[in-house]
Design a protein around this ligand. Structure first.
Ligand code: FAD
Length: 489
């Protein structure tokens, strides 16, 4: 029987513990904090994240805590204009075979934690900070901050943005300060005026800033998350800030957006950081997962979904004897890097789209407002629609699979010809991910992908003037005749 150590008890660490234990491995999760807990507010789960939770046996439980989202609604935050909305109705669910939901982060974490606690093969160790690892013959030794160590057949570094395992494995220093501060607050729904309540995830886009909100905790609260490009000199995380600072940053937004922001209290602020994608996340029997492997800005609302996908693929691939672990981890790295790097780029590219000003904002609104629901579905299909989390078939493995003639499937594969491992190469080369450069330069950026010039749509109605913004409630959705309208809460 094999033992796998997991550094970090966040969403990614606990999900991988479940996926690995389901394959018959004993799993020891080492969490630095004195208790297993997760702070924070809401989290969006697109169908791909829900598929992953399905695979971890948690879909039903998540369904009980999730708030289905009526649409993804994009507003011009200055003029108050309703630009476009992607309905998340039956057509969306039929196409992507799952719902788009929002959950309270603490509630999602609690489900993962309870599932780990009740699994006989999973041991959770709090106050166990991992500081590094050394390779041993057919094993890895995990070093802890208190000087103790732990022997394991493999180590999964799921220790987040400031990962100690990554520091040793990749060695790319501190994360990059993105120059953006995100503020977060949760408001009881009874305090939200009825005309401002929606089951949507709503973006208010403004120059150099935007504001996202959505209901969480069964609709009992509204999660507010405005962010501003205000060039913080230093990074910080979860720091309390006065409401006046938040309102000052978003004073240029229209009345409806400001009315919602004025409801916020106990604001906390984070400086956004990410890292450049790298193509090497493994070192023999050691691999990174989740934010430790591919930390991205949260603007694609996919970091946790990617960690859940990672966990599912990892579990499928490590359905094998320990002698194959190194090769299988190399395979995991190879099949996950392109997809995660593409999401990383989408998150960064969102800044230009959401924070556009003046003529660029008008051009954005014109292009987006002309998109049909089908156009929008097509653009997110690669991200929301897949159940194959192992990337495009063109991905070149970092190392050959031990079973050269067998085919990788999500259900795992055991081929009797498999032979034990070889160590995959370590390379922090940056990945050129996402759409090909030629497609990007020729196309137009949209909410979820690239619009080819041939499609070049015209707007259904001209946008309202930015010089004479109509404050107050936004206009009704343009496509009201073809989608379910968001229901009031
Ligand atoms: C504002 C914001 C909004 C977001 N919204 C969404 C969203 O809507 N949808 C979505 O999918 N994603 C979202 N994300 C991204 C998502 O939160 C992260 O990608 C996800 O939580 C990463 O999980 P993780 O387990 O990899 O890392 P983490 O959650 O960072 O967990 C790492 C764990 O490791 C522990 N640890 C750290 N160092 C050590 C060590 N040396 N030894 C042992 N333990 C250690 C930490 O204490 C922590 O418990 C958002 C992120 C932000 C900042």
């Amino acid at each position: 029987m094999s033992t796998i150590a997991v550094a970090g008890g966040g969403i990614g660490g606990l999900a991988s513990a479940l996926a690995l234990a389901a394959r018959g491995h004993d799993v020891v999760v080492c969490e630095r904090s004195p208790e297993f807990t997760e702070l924070g507010a809401g989290i969006q789960l697109a169908p791909n994240g829900m598929h992953a939770l399905d695979r971890l046996g948690l879909a039903e439980a998540v369904g009980r805590i999730a708030v289905p989202v009526g649409e993804l609604r994009f507003m011009d935050g200055v003029t108050g204009e309703h630009v476009v909305a992607m309905p998340l109705d039956r057509r969306y669910r039929d196409r992507f075979r799952n719902a788009y939901v929002v959950v309270h982060r603490g509630e999602l974490y609690r489900l993962l934690l309870d599932a780990c606690r009740s699994h006989a093969r999973i041991e959770l160790r709090a106050s166990h900070a991992v500081v590094g690892y050394t390779h041993e013959a057919d094993a890895v030794r995990v070093s802890l901050a208190d000087g103790a160590s732990l022997g394991a057949d493999a180590l999964i570094g799921a220790d987040g943005l400031h990962s100690a395992v990554r520091a040793q494995l990749v060695g790319d220093g501190a994360p990059r300060n993105a120059g953006i501060t995100v503020y977060r607050s949760i408001v009881p729904m009874e305090r939200v005026p009825s005309e401002l309540r929606h089951t949507s995830v709503t973006w208010w886009a403004g120059p150099g800033r935007h504001f996202v909100h959505y209901p969480i905790a069964g609709g009992r609260y509204l999660n507010l998350a405005p962010s501003a490009e205000n060039a913080p000199a230093e990074t910080f995380s979860g720091v309390s800030v006065p409401a006046s600072e938040v309102l000052g940053e978003f004073g240029a937004l229209c009345e409806s957006a400001r009315r919602l922001l004025e409801l916020g209290a106990d604001w906390k602020a984070w400086v956004l950081v990410d890292r450049e994608p790298v193509d090497g996340w493994t070192d023999g029997r050691v691999a990174l997962l989740g934010d430790a492997a591919h930390p991205m800005l949260h603007y694609a609302a996919q970091g946790a979904c990617m960690a859940l996908e990672d966990a599912v693929v990892l579990g499928d691939l490590l359905d094998c004897p320990p002698g194959w672990f190194a090769a299988r981890l190399g395979r995991y790295n190879a099949v996950r890097r392109e997809r995660t790097a593409r999401v990383h780029r989408l998150a960064r590219d969102s800044i230009a789209l959401w924070h556009a000003a003046d003529a660029a904002a008008e051009a954005r609104n014109k292009a987006l407002s002309a998109m049909s629901s089908s156009d929008l579905y097509d653009f997110v299909a690669w991200l929301h629609g897949t159940r194959e989390f192992a990337g495009p078939p063109s991905v070149t493995p970092a190392v050959p699979d031990p079973a050269e003639n067998s085919v990788y499937t999500l259900g795992g594969r055991l081929d009797p010809t498999e032979t034990p491992s070889r160590t995959p190469p370590r390379s922090p080369r940056h990945v050129a991910a996402g759409s090909p450069a030629s497609a990007r330069s020729a196309g137009t950026y949209t909410l979820g992908g690239w619009l080819e010039p041939a499609e070049d749509p015209q707007p259904a109605t001209p946008p309202r003037s930015r010089r004479n913004p109509a404050a107050g409630s936004p206009a009704p959705p343009r496509n009201a005749g073809t989608k379910e309208s968001p229901k009031p809460l």
